[in-house]
Design a protein around this ligand. Sequence first.
Ligand SMILES: Nc1ncnc2c1ncn2[C@@H]1O[C@H](COP(=O)(O)OP(=O)(O)OP(=O)(O)O)[C@@H](O)[C@H]1O
Ligand SMILES: [Mg+2]
Length: 212
Amino acid sequence: MTGRFIVIEGPDGTGKTTQAKRLADALAGAGQRVIQVREPGGCPSAERIRVLLVEGEPGDLLNWTEALLMNAARHELVERVIRPALEAGQWVICDRYYHSTLAYQGGGLGLDQSKLEALIEMATGGLEPDLLLAFALTPEDALTRARERDDEEKRFEAREDSYHARVRHAYADVLNAAAERGETAEIDASGSVEDVAERVKRAVAKQFQDAF
Ligand SMILES: Nc1ncnc2c1ncn2[C@@H]1O[C@H](COP(=O)(O)OP(=O)(O)OP(=O)(O)O)[C@@H](O)[C@H]1O
Ligand SMILES: [Mg+2]
């Protein structure tokens, strides 16, 4: 019996973290064994790496250091938590995955795509999601939501506007390419938390008839 690996991706402030929790709760409520993790982080060693990545100033790390740390954290999470959970037949809800690396370190920082893909392969051992939920929201709405959030993790947000525009475009390309390979559901992330949660549930139920 093997578990189900669901990844939520989409630009900052689209509601990924909010909906990851809602989905995990809904699946648990339906009697599924489910864990919820986030990237970077999701286990103690990777959460320590996360602090290096998300706190401080944009210039604190060299670009490839950022990419290497992201993938070091990803490797810890995949091998220590995600793969064992899937092998034990659990559902895994993951808030961001390697698509974020292609958008932020690839599109945003301009790092070489094929080198990043090789690094991702090393970090994940080729583990692909069974379903990718690609959240879509207008940049204006996403920015309003992201600004409402109050936290210490400002290193990425502190970058200039042109960086965020490059990330947005790269994200769209990465998620479109994933959709062409299948197992992707684009989720309209506008409207209330309740509305979006309902769309997510429908997409999951469509992909996995035994979910709820
Ligand atoms: N449907 C919604 N309507 C209004 N506000 C929302 C909605 N979903 C989430 N929010 C709020 O918007 C903010 C951003 O949401 P959340 O942190 O879930 O987004 P995210 O995609 O995880 O962002 P990031 O990529 O920056 O981690 C939070 O304050 C959250 O409470
Ligand atoms: Mg989040």
